[in-house]
Design a protein around this ligand. Structure first.
Ligand SMILES: Nc1ncnc2c1ncn2[C@@H]1O[C@H](COP(=O)(O)OP(=O)(O)OP(=O)(O)O)[C@@H](O)[C@H]1O
Ligand SMILES: [Mg+2]
Length: 239
């Protein structure tokens, strides 16, 4: 479904991603783990064309989605093709209500036609959002805002969802619920590319994973195998 071949990304003269190759197949949850500053967010942004944005940001390599080369596409065109990103930090429109935020997620025509059905799907996943429908997003708790950010991405009826550290800053019980929601979204047929610092939980729900260190893929494999690897235990699980 998603195929990245030899991706290099630069901010100015600074080389951030080095020859990154990876893929996500239909039905998979694939996780990218790695330390702060490794280039995880840059990778997700490059996929959905949120970068390069400035003249001095360069990129080389190939990104294909269902066989189509994404070179030169706009972020909106990636949404039309079936990709939805939940950016770092649960960004939502603060002055809009929960319902308005969700509706914003289904602005493309194909999704607008399915808006009612998509809303019900979001509510079945996050009943809390239904109770807060007319509340302004800025008054939601951090956990509710994260639910809204995921819900809004679901409203575009994506084939592939990209999530950037959805568990960041949540209390333990909400972390568990967030991962359960990601698993359920996947069970309903959406492929998932997840970036996470919570290595234990994310590998537990994933099929495969990549370890990104200093902008390079340092390790890849089945999630269950990575969970047992010495490198992961030593550097990511502090065991
Ligand atoms: N707009 C930018 N201009 C210049 N350098 C940037 C820019 N955005 C990110 N960087 C640099 O690129 C590198 C990778 O950043 P990125 O945000 O992709 O890391 P990350 O793996 O997501 O880290 P974290 O886990 O802290 O979110 C960092 O060294 C960062 O300082
Ligand atoms: Mg990041």
């Amino acid at each position: 479904m998603l195929e990245i071949q030899g991706l290099n990304v630069f901010y100015g003269d600074v080389h951030i991603l080095w020859d990154v190759s990876m893929h996500v197949s239909p039905g998979e949850i694939v996780t990218v783990i790695g330390p702060n500053g490794a280039g995880k967010s840059t990778l997700l942004k490059a996929i959905v064309k949120l970068m390069p944005v400035a003249k001095d940001e360069k990129e080389s390599g190939k990104i294909l989605f269902n066989g189509q080369d994404l070179d030169g596409l706009s972020p909106e065109e990636t949404v039309r093709l079936g990709m939805a990103i939940v950016p770092e930090g649960a960004r939502v429109f603060p002055e809009m209500t929960v319902l308005e935020n969700l509706q914003m997620g289904s602005y493309i025509e194909t999704a607008r036609a399915l808006r009612k059905e998509a809303l019900e799907e979001v509510f079945s996943l996050f009943p809390r959002l239904k109770e807060r429908l007319h509340q302004k997003a800025k008054t939601l708790s951090g956990g509710e805002r994260q639910m809204l950010a995921i819900g809004r991405a679901l409203m575009s009826k994506p084939l592939l969802m990209l999530l950037d550290e959805p568990s960041l800053g949540l209390q333990p019980a909400l972390v568990v619920r967030t991962f359960a929601a990601v698993k359920e979204i996947n069970r309903r047929g959406v492929a998932v590319l997840l970036v996470e610092q919570n290595v234990q939980f994310s590998l537990e729900i994933s099929h495969r994973a990549y370890v990104l260190e200093n902008g390079r893929i340092a390790l890849e494999g089945k999630a269950s195998e990575l969970l047992g690897s010495e490198h992961i235990k030593k550097f990511y699980l502090a065991m």
